[in-house]
Ligand binder design. Structure first.
Ligand code: HEM
Ligand code: NAG
Ligand code: NAG
Ligand code: NAG
Ligand code: NAG
Ligand code: NAG
Ligand code: NAG
Ligand code: NAG
Ligand code: NAG
Ligand code: NAG
Length: 694
């Protein structure tokens, strides 16, 4: 069903002119996206090359030991402990703890350790070993000419070994059927999955000396069929026409002829229906999907991975100077059904942080890539957006010879999160010290006015060891405010990492529910000093400079100047987030959800509650600000108090509180810093809300 949708989507994209034709899944979807990469970026630009040891499928680790066969068999042995009624076991990588073949006798031979060791080189916080085992089924079958097995992501790795549960070739049909029933497979599905497994590789005398007598074969292996490196149905046709060499059908160990017993358990009905190559292919695609989707109850799998038509890569924001953000990245475009030659241009049409249309960003070709069934071209971009209005999302506009197609990520645009991001321009990874450690000094840019602790999280891969799985270990440290530019405050933290762990380490910077995640430590060795507001000034301490009788200071320049006085006058505002009001020694934070709604620069300030013409100004203050907000000695606001500004004599003071006669109106201010001097009749009431530095 999902396949059908994907095909329709691809077809639609050929003919649609106005609207987007996107993948079923919206980007980003972390685990899905990572496995999608590993599934389709086999070669070329940005290649991940997961199927490297499978292409060609004839590769062996040592003569007679099929790598593809090892991948496929590992998945079955891992899944085999599933108990669907209990909701436990299944494809969960528990096989990583089951390497000891004196306990897990079914796991003899080097194939399991070799397979898991290979997979572990792709393991990270978005690619679990169990998803990699599932991917290994897709890749091994496809690399050997079999069908595309529908693949989902989202599996969770086990933390310890499961029960010993792989059926033994000696077990009778009743036992086999019961074992497969435990795994959730009907008797017919049992036949199918075995017939779909025993087409690659074969039986080794070193592991099964009664099945393949020692020294009777050149390589110590008897293959399941005549094509040991082709995913085809010769195992079935050979069985049916009596030419089978499969040791599990005709081997000398009669008790171990499990394939014979299984295939004939329904009078050859199921295998006969697989004698046609295309029905074998369809059946195997379906039953192997069932095998890899047999997971513990607590796992929620993604939808079937279909390569995105359009997928962003490496979206990257950097603060450059006070006014600009550098915005770079790449767009991967699927050229399977729309050839590269039909594309005249790919552009990004972005929205600013208010949702207003921004500029259009052009792209240039970076390179081509391909998977088993798809081809792609990457288009790169590197542009600037105004820091003030910034960016929130973009659509991808593809000009084709047949018209323009806009890809809008299921109507929501491709999101760009500008609240917090790694300022890699000013981050660095120092050279290794004598102890073999490297100091990473990471800088995060945080949109001014964002509330919350800024944190740096490192996720390091604890490498797989024999009879164990790799794991992720995380550590989080808080980042310290370093300095600021016009719209962003920079935070930094330094962390020491063992050189050997650097490649396997990713980091996230986060604040208040926003996060720039999964960043690699590919950073310059030399630090590049931050360039901050006013030519590199550090954050300075606040000094309250004015008395209760003073009035509002006039900011000199700059949208982000902030001032505090001893009276309720200045709003320390960081569009479009929370706003601080300082009264005497108390700081109040007004958030969007309450009294002040500031949508952005140029700002719209609206009063949403609390005030009526009859409310006294004191009540107004109490209900709209102080009750709603945290009071206390919050972090000081940034101030340049070395050169006190001049004061506007007309400004109100606390002593003139009186009831406002009308509600404040919604006012929109364009441009930079402003003091709004209200009419005298409104003075007191507006003293709270109407003086806004934007
Ligand atoms: C009743 C169930 C099954 C039994 C008793 C069984 C038994 C065996 C045995 C004895 C071998 C030979 C291993 C060696 O000597 O290296 C083997 C190999 C293999 N099995 Fe199964 N198997 C069963 C089901 C499956 C299933 C469901 C799959 C996958 C869907 C599968 C995939 C494979 C593969 C790919 C190999 C070849 C491995 C290689 O060449 O290294 N088997 N199986
Ligand atoms: C498959 O068979 C060929 C020919 O006997 C042999 O050279 C090759 O090593 C075998 N491959 C595997 C994976 O067993
Ligand atoms: C497991 O496999 C890896 C990679 O092939 C190998 O380096 C390691 O020695 C193996 N360990 C054991 C105990 O077989
Ligand atoms: C299945 O096979 C194993 C190994 O030969 C044996 O120990 C077990 O008793 C068998 N179980 C049944 C029910 O045949
Ligand atoms: C016979 O087979 C065994 C087990 O596979 C192996 O260890 C031994 O070297 C072989 N001997 C000869 C003469 O090939
Ligand atoms: C199933 O096929 C096998 C192999 O051709 C044959 O030996 C057997 O008699 C068949 N069984 C039935 C019930 O047809
Ligand atoms: C983008 O361009 C800027 C300035 O031209 C350059 O410093 C930066 O390295 C570029 N970034 C990327 C990712 O290409
Ligand atoms: C890390 O990756 C780089 C580039 O891919 C490679 O040159 C280096 O050897 C790797 N370091 C380790 C410790 O694996
Ligand atoms: C801020 O004030 C504190 C306490 O007086 C002092 O320790 C700190 O160094 C000051 N920070 C800056 C940036 O001036
Ligand atoms: C404060 O402002 C004055 C006058 O604009 C300027 O000379 C001084 O460098 C500024 N100091 C700081 C720390 O920003």
């Amino acid at each position: 069903m999902l396949k059908t949708i994907a095909i329709l989507s691809a077809v639609t994209s050929c003919f649609s002119f106005a609207n987007a034709a996107d993948s079923v899944v919206s980007w980003p979807s972390p685990a899905y996206d990572e496995i999608e990469d590993l599934m389709v970026l086999n070669s070329g630009y940005n290649a991940r090359n997961f199927p490297f040891p499978l292409v060609p499928c004839t590769f062996t680790r040592s003569p007679g030991h099929s790598i593809a066969g090892g991948f496929l068999r590992t998945a079955f042995h891992d899944m085999a402990a599933a108990d669907v009624r209990a909701g436990t076991g299944g494809l969960d990588a528990s096989i990583g703890f089951e390497m000891d073949s004196s306990i897990y006798i079914e796991n003899t031979g080097v194939a399991f350790n070799n397979t898991m060791t290979y997979f572990s080189s792709y393991f990270n916080s978005r690619a679990t070993m169990s998803d990699l085992i599932a991917l290994g089924v897709y890749a091994s079958v496809r690399a050997c000419g079999g069908p595309a097995v529908p693949l989902k992501a989202g599996r969770i790795d086990a933390t310890n070994a499961g029960p010993q549960a792989v059926p033994d070739p000696k077990n009778d049909t009743v036992k086999m059927t019961a074992e497969f029933a435990r795994m959730g497979f009907s008797p017919q599905e049992m036949i199918q999955v075995v017939a779909c497994g025993h087409t690659l590789g074969g039986v080794h005398s070193a592991e099964h000396p009664t099945l393949v007598l020692p020294n009777t074969t050149a390589l110590g292996v008897t293959d399941f069929d005549t094509t040991n490196s082709t995913y085809d149905n010769k195992v079935v046709t050979g069985y049916l026409d009596g030419t089978s060499q499969n040791p599990l059908v005709v081997g000398p160990d009669v008790d171990s002829r499990s394939d014979l017993r299984i295939f004939s358990s329904d009078g050859n009905k199921t295998v006969s229906s697989m004698a046609d190559p295309s029905s074998y292919s369809t059946t195997c695609s379906k039953i192997l999907a069932k095998m890899i989707d047999t997971v513990p109850d607590n796992v929620v799998l993604t939808s079937v991975i279909t390569p995105y038509d359009v997928k962003p890569y490496n979206l990257h924001l950097s603060v450059v100077g006070d006014d600009d953000l550098q915005f770079s990245g790449a767009i991967r475009f699927k050229t399977t059904s729309i050839p590269k030659s039909a594309i005249s241009s790919i552009q990004l049409a972005y929205r600013d942080r208010n949702g207003a249309d921004g500029d259009v960003i052009g792209t240039t070709i970076l390179g081509d890539a391909s998977g088993f069934d798809d081809t792609f071209t990457f288009f790169g971009f590197n542009s600037t957006v105004p820091a003030k209005t910034s960016i929130s999302s973009f659509t991808v506009v593809v000009a084709l010879s047949s018209g323009t197609v806009t890809y809008d990520n299921n109507h929501q645009g491709f999101p760009v999160q500008d609240t917090v991001f790694a300022q890699t321009l000013n981050s660095n990874l120092a050279a290794s010290d004598a102890q073999g450690n490297q100091a990473a000094t990471l800088v995060a840019a945080v949109r001014k006015g964002t509330i919350g602790d800024v944190e740096l999280t490192f996720s390091s891969v604890q490498k797989m060891t024999y009879n164990n799985l790799p794991t992720i270990s995380k550590s989080t440290i808080s980042m310290a405010r370093a300095c600021e530019s016009e719209y962003y405050t920079f935070y930094s933290a330094t962390y020491s990492i063992a050189t050997a762990a650097v490649n396997g380490t990713k980091y996230d910077v986060s604040v208040g529910g926003f996060s720039d995640s999964f960043k690699s430590l590919k950073l310059p060795v030399a630090p590049n000093a931050l360039s901050c507001q006013g030519g590199g000034n550090s954050w300075s301490n606040t000094t309250s400079s004015t008395s209760a009788t003073s009035s509002v200071p006039i900011p000199s320049t700059g949208d982000a100047d902030t001032w505090t006085t001893a009276i309720v006058t200045a709003l320390t505002t960081y569009c479009p987030y929370a706003t601080e009001v300082v009264q005497g020694s108390r700081t109040y934070t007004v958030t969007q959800a309450t009294t002040l709604i500031i949508t952005d620069c140029p700002c719209t300030v609206s009063w949403s509650s609390g005030q009526s013409t009859t409310t006294s100004s004191a009540d107004y203050f109490a209900t709209t600000i102080s009750n709603l907000m945290h009071a206390g000695n919050a972090a000081p606001t940034a101030t340049n108090t070395t050169s006190p500004p001049s004061f506007n004599a007309e400004q109100p003071t606390l002593s003139v509180w009186s009831a406002p006669t009308t509600l404040p109106t919604i006012q929109t201010y364009t441009g930079g810093a402003r003091i709004i001097v209200p009419g005298l009749s409104l003075i007191a009431g507006l003293a709270i809300g109407s003086i806004v530095f934007l």
